[in-house]
Design a protein around this ligand. Structure first.
Ligand SMILES: CC(C)(COP(=O)(O)O)[C@@H](O)C(=O)NCCC(=O)N[C@@H](CSSC[C@H](N)C(=O)O)C(=O)O
Length: 345
């Protein structure tokens, strides 16, 4: 009989240990409450709900974060897609990087067009919208107010990879009662590597050349992967791979949902292959591939058992949206249009 003390410790799958070792964000409880109410409202109204993730996740290098590794994304793809999904009748949970572009306000945000440039001072000192922008701004404002009035847009922010994974898991689980009426549109630029808790410094990593490497008190020997240290020269950081959350989403968190992920590459020769590889690995419904350099002008749709399908802006096409969460993705429509909105945002 094996003594309990000698029991072979069963390795905890990396995915589970990640959530054990990285505590949930302080905002999780309030966000979960909002998402629960939002989802049950739309289950009752029998509406399709899409969770759109948008923006880049960060990997903090210190607990009291001064430095972090960021993933590229302004949030244009996610914010623009949210507007089109709302127009197509979906309710939208917009899980986005804090301060990245948002549906509707993206047209007048600090980074694209400063909203003050659209204002003028009226005769009695009141603030007015410049007449030349009234029409377009009125259209955006009406859509935004309708989305709020009809409770069809819930916007929840994240910053770090840990916040993103906790929120994704919790909200995906809450979306289960939607069954196939749940759609996941994963446009966020997600970190592939992170700094585990036992190797992260509590305080700002020192750049000056201290006698002793700065540690957070961990007894790691010099040879093992200790915390990032500065010796006045290079900063050596030893990162671990982030658990493959797409597998958890497909297999566990959202077994009936329809899942669309984005694949971002910079090397054209890799894009379709890596998109196909992701599909084979995770068995979800669609990978939309894009290259960093041409992401505003072309995307490639890679669906199981189908030839890849390129859509390019020069022919004035935009992806209307997924009109119904159907695994075969036949519902994807690309239509002739004069707008090039979806890509260029
Ligand atoms: C980020 C952009 C390019 C949009 O840009 P903005 O309009 O400026 O926001 C988006 O289109 C995109 O490719 N998003 C996905 C980027 C991404 O990180 N994709 C992951 C797949 S999702 S993360 C999946 C994880 N690695 C796993 O295997 O579980 C990847 O390429 O690897």
């Amino acid at each position: 009989m094996e003594d309990a003390g000698q029991k072979e410790s069963v390795p905890v799958p990396k995915e589970r240990s990640y959530f054990r070792d990285n505590p949930p964000p302080k905002t999780l409880e309030s966000h979960t409450k909002l998402a629960k109410a939002f989802i049950s409202y739309h289950v009752r109204s029998n509406r399709d709900v899409v969770m759109i993730t948008s923006g880049g996740t960060t990997v903090p290098l210190e607990n009291q974060t001064v430095r972090f590794i960021d993933n590229f994304s302004a949030g244009t793809r996610g914010a623009t897609s949210a507007e089109y999904f709302l127009e197509a009748g979906y309710a939208v949970i917009f899980l986005h990087r804090q301060f990245s572009l948002l549906p509707y306000s993206r047209h007048y945000s600090h980074s694209t067009n400063c909203f003050l440039d659209f204002m003028t001072e009226g005769q009695n000192g009141e603030v007015e919208v410049n007449p030349e922008y009234q029409q377009k701004m009125l259209g955006v404002l009406r859509k935004y107010n309708a989305a709020k009035r009809e409770n069809k847009l819930l916007m929840l922010p994240f910053t770090t990879i840990t916040e993103y994974l906790w929120e994704l898991r919790e909200i995906a689980t809450l979306m289960r009662p939607l069954g196939p009426k749940a759609l996941f549109f994963l446009a966020a630029a997600v970190s592939d590597f992170f700094l585990p808790k036992d190797r992260i410094s509590e305080h700002k990593i020192q750049s000056s050349d201290n006698k002793e490497p700065v540690t957070n008190g961990s007894s790691k020997s010099e040879t093992s992967a200790g915390p990032p240290v500065g010796h006045g020269k290079q900063l050596k950081i030893d990162l671990d791979p982030v658990p493959k959350f797409l597998k958890m989403l497909v297999d566990g968190w959202a077994p009936e949902g329809m899942i669309v992920s984005f694949k971002l590459e910079t090397d054209p020769s890799l894009l379709v292959f890596k998109a196909q590889q992701a599909l084979e690995k995770y068995a979800h419904h669609l990978v939309i591939g894009n290259l960093l350099s041409t992401r505003k002008y072309e995307v490639v749709f890679v669906a199981p058992g189908e030839e890849e399908h390129w859509i390019r802006v020069p022919v004035h096409r935009r992806i209307k949206s997924v009109t119904a969460p159907r695994p075969d993705m036949k519902a994807l429509k690309d239509e002739q249009t004069t707008e090039q909105e979806w890509f260029r945002g």
